[in-house]
Design a binder for this molecule. Sequence first.
Ligand SMILES: Nc1ncnc2c1ncn2[C@@H]1O[C@H](COP(=O)(O)OP(=O)(O)OP(=O)(O)O)[C@@H](O)[C@H]1O
Ligand SMILES: O=c1[nH]c(=O)c2[nH+]cn([C@@H]3O[C@H](COP(=O)(O)O)[C@@H](O)[C@H]3O)c2[nH]1
Ligand SMILES: NC(=O)CC[C@H](N)C(=O)O
Ligand SMILES: [Mg+2]
Length: 510
Amino acid sequence: MQNNVLILDFGSQYTQLIARRVRELNIYSEIKPYNKVPEDLSQFKAVILSGSPHSVRSEEPPHPDLSNIKGEKPLLGICYGAQYLAHFNGGNVAPSATREYGRANLTTIQGNDAFLENISEGSQVWMSHSDTIKQLPENAVLLASTDDVENAVYRFKGENTYGIQFHPEVYHTKEGTRLLENFLVNIAGLEQDWTPDAFVETTVRELQGEIGDDKVILGLSGGVDSSVAAILLNKAIGNRLHCIFVNNGLLRKNEFETVLEQYKGMGLNVKGVDASARFLEALAGESEPEKKRKIIGRVFIDVFDDEAHQVENAKWLAQGTIYPDRIESVSASGGPSATIKSHHNVGGLPDYMKLKIVEPLKLLFKDEVRRVGASMGMPTGILGRHPFPGPGLGIRILGDITAEKVSILQEVDAIFIEGLKKWGLYDKVWQAGAMLLPVNSVGVMGDERTYEKCVALRAVESTDGMTADWVNLPYEFLQKVSNDIINKVKGVNRVVYDISSKPPATIEWE
Ligand SMILES: Nc1ncnc2c1ncn2[C@@H]1O[C@H](COP(=O)(O)OP(=O)(O)OP(=O)(O)O)[C@@H](O)[C@H]1O
Ligand SMILES: O=c1[nH]c(=O)c2[nH+]cn([C@@H]3O[C@H](COP(=O)(O)O)[C@@H](O)[C@H]3O)c2[nH]1
Ligand SMILES: NC(=O)CC[C@H](N)C(=O)O
Ligand SMILES: [Mg+2]
């Protein structure tokens, strides 16, 4: 792809948001860690430097060699990126008297620069920094200031190199997208042609080139990501795609049967493999969340391996992995962000497996995957499904897993999800599910003492799973569902509702 933006990640919390904003402009971008600047830059028409938790004044600040970029291609430094460009080019960066987080307003100093075209006087911008650029490099000009930050927007003379102290990528910078559009479209000349249709066309072509005449095994889960991946691969290689839907014993109630049913008539070659006993055996007695995740990941791979041996000439394993799966599992593209939890489908294949991995959605966010699916005419029933993690109920049963706990949680979950549908709430919620807690508490039922399990219900709104907030479900609904659960599910005598956002919590409890 020749029409591409390179985002160099210095570890900012907002790096993924930069990518999103760029894609909202229908422009394709790739994030790379700052210490892995690609050698071949020919495909990139512009480069953006992210913010960072580091300071240029620290002993060893992140300091990649940008000599092939600065002055050669349009370059935009955001926050740390702007401080970096100033500091290493003869300017001066110092701690600001007060740390600045939040709202500020821009005052234009040099209004005729293409970068500030159509940006209003006093435009609200969002700051998050404790260093400040005290003095610009000699060959730089000041374009805009705020009350507290003199050097808020600047440019190097005779180059398309810009620095901004605030964050155009966050929602609260009102005209941030316009600034990015000015930079990417007006200054760097990028075409706004990265639409879902274009993605489908390019990806299908790339898949055909990559896979050739080989066969592919795809892990199909009934979820959005793997279903979209399956349709893409089916377009590319037809029935050389072999889809495997694994019952890991941790699915929702009746899910194995209903999902297999759902794929009928879609032209896909789908095989259901019941491996529940294998998963539950491997998990027996393990209660540490990360170990459970790793065991589930390993058994999935073993099952795929066995299946691959039954298909002649199967050389590839395809998965519906998306960007957030990778960000939270391995630190962003091997970069400077932190590992949060190991997603079961990330971590590569063991050496003994001869399969190569193909993941056509690995750079997309959930809502983008849905748009791609819609552009291929996929049924809304599949695209509108709540995400459900590959390790399934295994990471919603806190502590060790037994068949009995799975069956209790399946019942609870089914009542909750059916209830959401009945009350017309399912489509208003991004994801919902129930957690079985490793806690017994005392209750009284029919005058008798009970000492039984507690379940937590969770419903969140989100766009991409990276951040999320709990949903304000109607009290009447919670009351009804709680009542149904306690009355109908043996072994549960208490229901609570999770009111934590992400961050600081995560969506799944393990
Ligand atoms: N039960 C399963 N059988 C086969 N493959 C699976 C199963 N569960 C997950 N996978 C594989 O792991 C990948 C990641 O799972 P994940 O839950 O993130 O995605 P999904 O199920 O496709 O979509 P969604 O996020 O909407 O649930 C899937 O895309 C799929 O390739
Ligand atoms: O395929 C997956 N394999 C996993 O191991 C996994 N862990 C979490 N999730 C899903 O990712 C989103 C974010 O979840 P967390 O806030 O719990 O990290 C939510 O949508 C989770 O359901 C997973 N999906
Ligand atoms: N958000 C940022 O990029 C912050 C940059 C630098 N760490 C500062 O505090 O000023
Ligand atoms: Mg899933």
